[in-house]
Design a protein around this ligand. Structure first.
Ligand code: ATP
Ligand code: MG
Length: 276
C-alpha cells in the first residue's frame, strides 16, 4: 500500500476527520507483524539522512501536529531515534515569548527552519497560529483568516530553497485520548506529562477539529503536503510515518558527492605509507 498517497490530503480537497479512521491498521494485526518492516524503514532513514548530510543540497522539515497525547513525542523519538544526532534538531512551539509576539507569527518558524543538510522536526509548529489561536480567539478572525495564505506562501519559499516539507497530523480519537490520560495518571513515569490544560483543551475538541480541518484543507499543497496519520495504534503510526518519510526522501534521488581529491593518487600514497 502506498501510504504517501493514501494518507496525503489531496491539495484542494476538503478534509472531514470523522470520515478518517484513527484506528486503521492497514490489514496488520499488531506491532509484532510490522516490527521488522518498521525497523527496515528506520535503517533506511538513517542511510538517507547520511546521504542528505553528505550531499549538502537539501534539508528536511517535518511538522508534527496533534491533539494532546496524540503522540508527537513518541513519533519524534521514533523518527529521530533512527538518525545520526549530528544533523538533526527538534524545535518546540510553546506559548510565544514576548519577543516572539512582537514579531510576525512566522518569524519563529523561519528562525527554526532547517539549514541545508539538516533534518528538523517541528514539535507543534506555525500552525498553532491558526489552531489554538483561532480556538481561543487570541487574535481577531480578520487576522487569523489571512494566515492560511501567508503560511502557504512561506512554505513555498522554503521549498523553492530546497527545504522539503512533510506535515503530519496524528489522528487520535477522543476515546483514545481519555485512555492515554488514564495511562498518564496510573504510570508514575508519565505523571509529569499531565497538565491541567490538557483537560481544558479537551473541552474544545469540536473547535479544534474544525480548526484542524480548515488548516489541513487549505494548507495541503503539492509542495508541502499534509498527511493524516491514523494514530490510535502507536505501532501503525510509526510504520506509516517511517514508510512515507523514506519514500519522500528516496524521491529526491540524492547522490553522495564526488570526492574532491584524486582518489587514485591518494591510493598510491596510502600504499606508500603502508610500505614505509
Ligand atoms: P506535551 O505533549 O509534552 O504536553 P505540548 O506540545 O503540549 O507537549 P505544552 O507545554 O504542554 O507542550 O503546551 C504548549 C502549549 O503552547 C500548547 O497548548 C500550544 O497550543 C501552545 N501554543 C503553541 N503555539 C502557540 C501560539 N502561537 N499561541 C498560543 N499558544 C500556543
Ligand atoms: Mg501539553
Amino acid at each position: 500500500m502506498n501510504y504517501s498517497e493514501q494518507f496525503k490530503v489531496a491539495p484542494g480537497s476538503k478534509v472531514r476527520l470523522k470520515d478518517m479512521d484513527p484506528s486503521f491498521k492497514g490489514g496488520h494485526k499488531n506491532n509484532k507483524a510490522t516490527a521488522e518492516e518498521t525497523e527496515h524503514y528506520q535503517k533506511k532513514l538513517r542511510g538517507l539522512q547520511d546521504l542528505m548530510y553528505a550531499e549538502g543540497k537539501h534539508s528536511l522539515l517535518i511538522c508534527l501536529q496533534a491533539m494532546d497525547t496524540g503522540g508527537k513525542d513518541g513519533t519524534i523519538n521514533h523518527v529521530l531515534g533512527a538518525m545520526n544526532p549530528q544533523g538533526c534538531r527538534v524545535a518546540e512551539f510553546k506559548q510565544p515569548s514576548a519577543e516572539e509576539l512582537a514579531h510576525d507569527f512566522l518569524w519563529r518558524a523561519h528562525r527554526a527552519a532547517p539549514a541545508r543538510r539538516e533534518v528538523v522536526i517541528f514539535n507543534r509548529s506555525h500552525y498553532e497560529d491558526v489552531l489554538v489561536v483561532r480556538v481561543h480567539n487570541l487574535v481577531t478572525e480578520a487576522i487569523w483568516s489571512r494566515r492560511y495564505d501567508q503560511i502557504n506562501a512561506f512554505e513555498k519559499g522554503l521549498v523553492a530553497n530546497d527545504t522539503h516539507i512533510l506535515k503530519f497530523y496524528l489522528h487520535i480519537s477522543k476515546e483514545e485520548q481519555l485512555k492515554r490520560f488514564k495511562e498518564r495518571l496510573d504510570d508514575p513515569a508519565k505523571q509529569w506529562k499531565i497538565s491541567e490544560a490538557d483537560y481544558t483543551e479537551r473541552g474544545f475538541w469540536g473547535d479544534y477539529v474544525a480548526a484542524y480541518e480548515e488548516a489541513l484543507s487549505r494548507c495541503s499543497t503539492e509542495h508541502a503536503p499534509w498527511f493524516v496519520i491514523p494514530a490510535n495504534h502507536k505501532w501503525f503510526r510509526n510504520l506509516a510515518i517511517g514508510r512515507i518519510v523514506v519514500q519522500q526522501l528516496e524521491s529526491l534521488q540524492m547522490k553522495y558527492p564526488r570526492p574532491t581529491v584524486d582518489i587514485e593518487r591518494i591510493r598510491r600514497q596510502y600504499h606508500a605509507a603502508q610500505r614505509a
